[in-house]
Design a protein around this ligand. Structure first.
Ligand SMILES: Cc1cc2nc3c(=O)[nH]c(=O)nc-3n(C[C@H](O)[C@H](O)[C@H](O)COP(=O)(O)OP(=O)(O)OC[C@H]3O[C@@H](n4cnc5c(N)ncnc54)[C@H](O)[C@@H]3O)c2cc1C
Length: 328
């Protein structure tokens, strides 16, 4: 950390911006349990604090990374030289009125899905097993069974990179498969309004129980992981099948680099066997992509995002492809 950065981070931490900690281990804040430390880690309580943080980091040219539960992120072993802003429990809230649900950006997705079902609404059943926040879900247009949360979005409240509170409509967000136009803008999702039609509570509950049961059988549960590593595009799905099948058919199940392994249970998952580094995961991603490219002439792109020490967030294969195998 440079002296100027240290002085600026101390100034920011002294403001009323929520709970702050210096040199926070990022391995505590992502489901892979990988990564160095963040120079300054902040958990804000409200959008005013977020706006103040965003204005300060912009004015002082400080790298900023926004995270939810870190279930789709690979942090670098070198951590983040700047601010990591966690939108979590402090910004969690669910309000239901008729078919409209307004949820805070830090709301836990399975809870949102369950409460919607209990209120007799439908449309969020497919989200029951997604272990992230509403902010992360909207950003990634996450979902399962080939659905995405964007289908239910009415509007999204953000704090823009320059610190202004704005409401965006569904069409502003240009949702597509695991994409929203909010990606890369540096905004913070503070709330979302969803439209959920009335549904059959019993059927929806059954569907959700079945989904959770099938996830428990299919996905590794005890070893830290980040869910599906590679995207399953429609084109790939119809011609070759889902990424897990492609990787398994290629004989890569169980492939290991350092302490990172292609899961024995589901080949689209990479598990941390204990003490895996980001270098281990990136090298493994690079090897899988290389093998599949050579065998099938097909590019497996990552759903998982890599966070650089400078705070840039990109699909992990961008970094994996550029990764120096000597470990630099
Ligand atoms: C076991 C397991 C199963 C999974 N199953 C699925 C699945 O079925 N479907 C699916 O789509 N995903 C799945 N995932 C991936 C992940 O849970 C989702 O992408 C989730 O929506 C990410 O939420 P998060 O809060 O963890 O976001 P993070 O991983 O913290 O962040 C993801 C991205 O969103 C941004 N972000 C997060 N919060 C905010 C915010 N408030 N404002 C602005 N930007 C923000 C981050 O900068 C980052 O770019 C799974 C993951 C695991 C570990």
């Amino acid at each position: 950390m440079t002296e100027q950065l240290r002085i600026n981070l101390e100034k920011l931490a002294a403001k009323e911006v929520g709970t702050v900690s210096f040199a926070e281990p990022l391995s505590f804040h992502n489901s892979w349990k990988i990564g160095g430390s963040a120079d300054l880690f902040i958990e804000p309580d409200n959008s005013d604090q977020i706006a103040e943080i965003l204005r300060f980091v912009l004015a002082n040219d400080i790298p900023l990374v926004v995270i939810g539960q870190g279930t789709n992120l690979l942090f670098d072993d070198a951590g983040v030289r700047g601010v990591v802003l966690k939108i979590g429990e402090r910004m969690a809230d669910i309000q239901i009125s008729g078919g409209s649900i307004v949820a805070g950006g830090g709301t836990w997705v399975p809870q949102l899905s369950r409460m919607s079902m209990q209120a007799g609404l439908s449309g969020l059943e497919h989200c029951i097993g997604i272990p992230g926040t509403v902010g992360g879900l909207v950003m990634m247009n996450g979902g399962s069974q080939r659905k995405g949360i964007g289908e239910n979005v009415v509007n999204v409240t953000i704090v823009s990179r320059d610190g202004h509170l704005k409401k965006l409509t569904q069409s502003d967000c240009r949702f597509a498969y695991r994409y929203s136009s909010l990606q890369g803008t540096g905004c913070v999702v503070v709330a979302v309004e969803l439209n959920c039609p009335a549904g059959d509570r019993k059927n929806n509950r059954r569907e959700m129980v079945n989904d959770l049961r099938s996830r428990r059988q299919k996905f590794p549960r005890k070893q830290p992981n980040c869910g599906s590593v590679f995207l399953s595009t429609t084109e790939m799905h119809t011609t070759l099948g889902p990424p897990g099948k492609i990787i398994e058919d290629a004989g890569l199940k169980g492939l290991q680099v350092g302490q990172a392994e292609v899961s024995q249970q589901h080949s689209n998952f990479i598990v941390n066997l204990g003490g895996a580094s980001s270098a281990d995961v990136l090298t493994l991603i690079r090897q899988i992509r290389g093998e599949i490219r050579q065998m099938l002439g097909f590019e497996l792109d990552c759903e998982v995002r890599y966070v650089s020490p400078q705070g840039d967030i990109t699909p992990a294969h961008f970094k994996a492809d550029a990764f120096d195998l000597s470990g630099k």
